[in-house]
Each structure stands twice: as structure tokens, then as C-alpha cells.
Design a binder for this molecule. Structure first.
Ligand code: C5P
Length: 324
């Protein structure tokens, strides 16, 4: 994968101000979309010596996204200010600040970085919002400092240091079969025409670290040994026959809520429903929009304000306007 391609793909510039710094003749700000992901399949293996777990997962980008503005000013030292996270993290400890700090350190750049995040992806949901935001910041810095841009391997290393899902968001495909912590990525083709309903419980979120710890004490798990090409063939079948599963489903708790959502999916033909990541968000995917509307109505009728619903589409690699 070439450096130019990684700069051009998933951190798409929606707007790049043609406002050039008089000192460096470089753009001083850029705006990027940071898309959410769902895990269509997620199998977790035993804990490794470094405390992480090897896993195999099918990542898929969806059109739900945050919007990230990144602006830079020349400075004698690094600083980073983030707006829009509403105190959800300790100052300087959010994924975007950590990504900017690591990138500037490795690239040898001294700059004052200002980030504004227009947040739409729910947090603690398993939708990868924090990881996608961090990847968007990394791609923004790569484009704002082209002479200092890291090579792809170094960029992926910085991404992995920020979080296990970040390499996927730096990868140049809408779907990928991932192993290791999530950094060994192979492209998988996204079938066209799938709509997504995301149902997000408002009354609780899930800590990823605690969910992995709960899995360690759960009874033995099954594991598959699919190759990326086998996964691609399964993915190309109609969603009603996907054999995908999520190991976190048995430890996430709140069984009554998820049982209702699963039953709503099972009552429809041609709908696949699952937890994403370690939760707490649940999704249903289908080519049949009416089926998703009816699941949404059933969930809202049952849980009212305890649940938020979002509609999205699965992104396809050609990223035609009609897929967004
Ligand atoms: O890498 P990330 O920051 O997303 O991971 C959060 C926590 O989830 C880690 O500290 C670890 O406890 C757990 N984790 C894991 N194995 C993975 C990914 C995450 O055990 N593959």
C-alpha cells in the first residue's frame, strides 16, 4: 500500500481551506470525516503475555461519522487543544490528543494543534468512534505536513499505539478481515446495498478492558479459522445465511434488552443482527429498509428513551455517492 494511497482514502478531505501559512506555504487546516465501524464477526482467542487478546474480526465501515477539524500553527513546542468532547476524557488523554502527540514526536514536528470534533458516534458503544477520530487526526497531520509524513508502517505503528482498532481506520478499504490485536489486515469486498440500524442503550456503556476480562473467565469459546477469501465468500451470500457471531454477546449482560433486539431481528427475513465490538451498541443490517424501520419501531416501543436509534449504510469500496 503506497503512502499516497493511504493519504487519499478513508480520511477523505471534505474541505481543505486554501489558507496558506505565510511561513511554510502549507495548508493550515483541514476537515475530515471519521466513520464508525461495526464488527460483523468477532472471535476472541486466549489472553496473550502482553495482556492483549488475539482476535479475528470482520470490520465494516458505516456512514455514521464524526467530523474533525484540525488546524496547525507554527510553535516552538508541541501543544494540542481539543474541543467537542464535553469532558468525556481527561484533558490530553483522549485518542486524538494522544495520536497528535505521538505523530508529532515521531515526525519531529513542533506545532500547536487545534482539534474540533463534531461528535455523532456514541461513545462506549463498540462503534470505534475514538479510534476513527484518532485515525482522522493522523491522516490530517500527514497531509498538513507532507514533508514530514510518516511511511505507512510507522503510521500504522502509531495507530496501534493509540488503540487496537486504529489500524483498520487507517487501512484503505471499507471492510477488512483482521487478526492479531486487529493490526494484521486483509481487504474484503463489501457487498452493495446494505442499510444499517444502530440501537444504542442510553442507560449504560461498556468498558472494553472489562469486557475482555469478563471473557477470560467465561467458559471455552469456539473459534473459526477462516481465511480472508473464505470470509469474503460468506459475506457475499445473503445476510440471512451469514455464520458470523460475536464472542462478547455472552458476557455483555443486559440479557433481556439484547434478547428483545435479537428476537426483533429474528422475526424478519433477510436481517442480520448482532452486538458490535464489546458493546453496548447493537445493530441490524439488511437490504430491506422497511424491515429495519419495523425493528426500530419495535425497539422504541419497548424501551422508549432508554435507547437511541441511528440509521446508516454500509460503505462500499467505490464510495459512490449513492452508497453514502
Ligand atoms: O487497544 P485498546 O485501547 O482499544 O484496548 C483497550 C483494552 O481492551 C486493552 O487495555 C485490553 O485490556 C483490551 N484489549 C485486549 N485485546 C485486544 C484489544 C483490547 O485485551 N485485542
Amino acid at each position: 500500500m503506497g503512502k499516497s494511497s493511504i493519504l487519499s482514502v478513508f480520511c477523505i478531505d471534505t474541505f481543505e481551506k486554501l489558507c496558506y501559512s505565510s511561513l511554510h506555504m502549507l495548508p493550515s487546516s483541514t476537515t475530515r470525516e471519521a466513520y464508525a465501524k461495526i464488527n460483523l464477526h468477532l472471535a476472541v482467542c486466549a489472553k496473550r503475555e502482553d495482556g492483549y487478546h488475539d482476535l479475528s474480526t470482520l470490520f465494516q465501515l458505516i456512514s455514521l461519522h464524526d467530523t474533525i477539524d484540525v488546524a496547525i500553527r507554527p510553535s516552538t513546542g508541541f501543544s494540542c487543544a481539543v474541543e467537542g468532547l464535553d469532558g468525556c476524557c481527561l484533558r490530553g488523554e483522549d485518542s486524538m490528543s494522544r495520536a497528535a502527540r505521538l505523530w508529532c514526536g515521531l515526525a519531529g514536528v513542533s506545532a500547536a494543534v487545534s482539534i474540533r470534533c463534531r461528535k455523532r458516534i456514541p461513545v462506549q458503544a463498540g462503534l470505534g468512534g475514538g479510534s476513527s477520530d484518532a485515525a482522522a487526526v493522523l491522516c490530517a497531520l500527514q497531509s498538513l505536513f507532507p514533508d514530514r509524513a510518516l511511511d505507512v508502517d510507522s503510521l500504522m505503528d502509531v495507530g496501534l499505539a493509540v488503540g487496537s482498532d486504529v489500524p483498520f481506520f487507517l487501512f484503505e478499504r471499507t471492510a477488512a478481515w483482521a487478526r492479531g490485536r486487529g493490526e494484521f489486515l486483509e481487504p474484503v469486498e463489501t457487498p452493495s446495498g446494505y442499510h444499517v440500524l444502530v440501537l444504542m442503550p442510553r442507560t449504560f456503556g461498556v468498558s472494553t478492558a472489562q469486557a475482555f476480562a469478563a471473557l477470560d473467565s467465561a467458559p471455552g469459546r469456539h473459534s473459526e479459522s477462516w481465511t480472508a477469501s473464505e470470509v469474503g465468500k460468506l459475506f457475499a451470500e445473503d445476510c440471512s445465511s451469514w455464520p458470523f457471531y460475536n464472542d462478547f454477546a455472552c458476557v455483555v449482560g443486559h440479557d433481556e434488552l439484547y434478547a428483545v433486539l435479537q428476537a426483533a431481528c429474528d422475526s424478519k427475513r433477510d436481517v442480520f443482527g448482532s452486538l458490535t465490538g464489546s458493546g453496548s451498541a447493537w445493530y441490524a443490517v439488511s437490504r430491506d429498509e422497511a424491515a429495519l424501520d419495523s425493528i426500530r419501531s419495535a425497539a422504541v416501543a419497548e424501551f422508549g428513551d432508554d435507547i437511541s436509534a441511528f440509521r446508516a449504510k454500509m460503505l462500499c469500496d467505490h464510495r459512490c455517492d449513492d452508497t453514502l
